[in-house]
Ligand binder design. Structure first.
Ligand code: PLP
Length: 445
């Protein structure tokens, strides 16, 4: 256990949590065991009962404050219960909580226009969904309809969702159930740390070409990839890979889909979208998570030409782009702008990464530090040469960090990568506190 005397002081933050008189963690855990899906998982030996959030902080039932470096799985981009977003959704809920595609509503149209203005090229037509999974399902369906081909290529180690087509495209056994996944091909992952070809973008892109030549008719529906794999353990695809892969796929008649569910909405710091860091323009972009700061919302954005495929039939979903969610989405875009959160993600994210690199020099267990902006990964290995995943050690380190008031994510194929994806309002002081806490936690292993 960590001694209180060793714990660095958390940055000052003035917020008094509301009184809480709800059920205790133990009572909720009992209900959860009885009434909720057994597939639910949690990170800590004793699950936390989080009852309140304010910006980059979360509070448990005892009013204890935690620095949140995971942001509800890279979702809460502007900060928990950001007042502007709370005001926007409250005002909209009072006026009109739900409307369907059958009627006009300005909240939906305003947000679509604002979202399209964030897109490069001809990516101007928006379809709203309720989640990242639905967005990717729709994108894959559109690519198949547009091209008349069924073959989709995705990267090994990727995560794209948990419905039929997206679970097929997801390429990690950890996230696959026994669903039929016809027409999906998984390309060698252009992973600079663990990948078969190191950082050699050309060799990885050649694999895409071979998949097309040896696994399909030569004509494909599309290629889907994240710019930085999130669930896969913050794996940045090798620089230079995406332009080559896009070129190869387009020559085979396919569409290129960028899954921005995790990397989008200013998280990568240097750009608004992850794909922009690779200098490519996709044909379809999918998004969720940060789009609503935690409001269930997703979207697919594409070109007017590709969007035409959906005019062949009526396509809708009941809640997709309902005014409550889209009013919140519009408020998110305004906050990102007003508070210069992309700039903050770049500046503080770069500082945090430098400090984590410093930690790597001190702790042999850190095999790799990677990522960009506020999408950072720290991979723990028990042997740097063999890259043996430190699976138990990361769990112990997370427990120590939680005891010191820091919540962080973990993931990757072996579950040995810290995923550091805080709200974009994370400050330099928060970054220092985070690294000091991680330092102590790793020293205690
Ligand atoms: N795509 C990526 C890159 C994701 O990280 C996720 C979820 O983690 C999804 C898609 C699926 O999104 P959702 O959980 O909202 O269905």
């Amino acid at each position: 256990a960590v001694r209180t005397a060793d714990v660095p002081r958390m940055p000052a933050f003035y917020h008094v949590p509301l009184p809480y008189d709800g059920p205790t963690a133990a009572e909720i855990a009992r209900k959860r065991a009885k009434f909720l899906s057994p597939s639910l998982f949690h990170f800590y030996s004793k699950p936390l009962n989080i009852v309140e959030g304010k910006m980059q902080y979360l509070y448990d039932e005892h009013g204890r404050r935690y620095l949140d470096a995971f942001a509800g799985i890279a979702t809460v981009c502007c900060g928990h219960s950001h007042p502007d977003i709370v005001d926007a959704i409250t005002a909209q809920a009072k006026r009109l909580q739900h409307s369907t595609v059958l009627y006009l509503n300005h909240a939906i149209a305003d947000f679509a226009e604002a979202l399209a203005s964030k897109m490069p090229g001809d990516l101007k037509v928006v379809f709203f969904t309720n989640s990242g999974t639905e967005a990717n399902e729709l994108a894959i369906m559109m690519a198949r309809m547009y091209t008349g081909s069924h073959d989709i290529i995705s990267l090994r180690n990727s995560y794209h969702g948990n419905a039929a087509a997206t679970m097929g495209a997801t390429a990690q056994k950890n996230w696959k159930f026994n669903v039929i996944q016809s027409g999906v091909h998984h390309a060698v992952n252009p992973d600079p740390y663990r990948g078969a070809f190191g950082s050699d973008a050309e060799k990885y892109a050649r694999d895409v070409k071979e998949i097309i030549e040896f696994g399909t008719t030569g004509h494909v529906a599309g290629f889907i990839s994240e710019a930085i794999q999130g669930v896969g353990g913050i794996v940045e695809v090798s620089p230079g890979y995406l332009p080559l892969a896009y070129d190869t796929v387009r020559k085979a008649g396919g569409l290129c889909i960028a899954d921005e569910v995790q990397a989008g909405f200013a998280r990568v710091g240097s750009y608004f979208w992850g794909f922009e860091t690779h200098g490519v323009i996709p044909d379809i972009v999918t998004m969720a998570k940060g789009i609503g700061n935690g409001i269930p919302l997703g979207a697919v954005v594409t070109t007017p030409e590709i969007a035409q495929v959906l005019t062949r039939r009526s396509y809708f979903n009941t809640f997709g782009g309902n005014p409550f969610c889209t009013a919140g989405g519009l408020a998110v875009l305004k906050v990102l702008d007003k508070e210069k959160l992309q700039e903050n993600a770049f500046i503080v994210g770069s500082y945090l990464k430098d400090r984590l690199r410093g930690l790597q020099e001190k702790h042999e267990i850190i095999g790799d530090v990677r990522g960009t902006g506020f999408m950072l990964g720290v991979e723990l290995v028990t042997d740097r040469q063999l890259k043996t995943p430190a699976k138990d050690e990361i769990c112990r380190a997370m427990e120590h960090m939680k005891d010191m008031g820091v919540l962080v994510g973990k993931g990757g194929f072996y579950g040995n990568v810290f995923r550091i994806t805080p709200p974009l309002c994370f400050t330099k002081e928060d970054a220092d506190f985070f690294v000091d806490v991680m330092d102590i936690a790793l020293s205690k292993l």
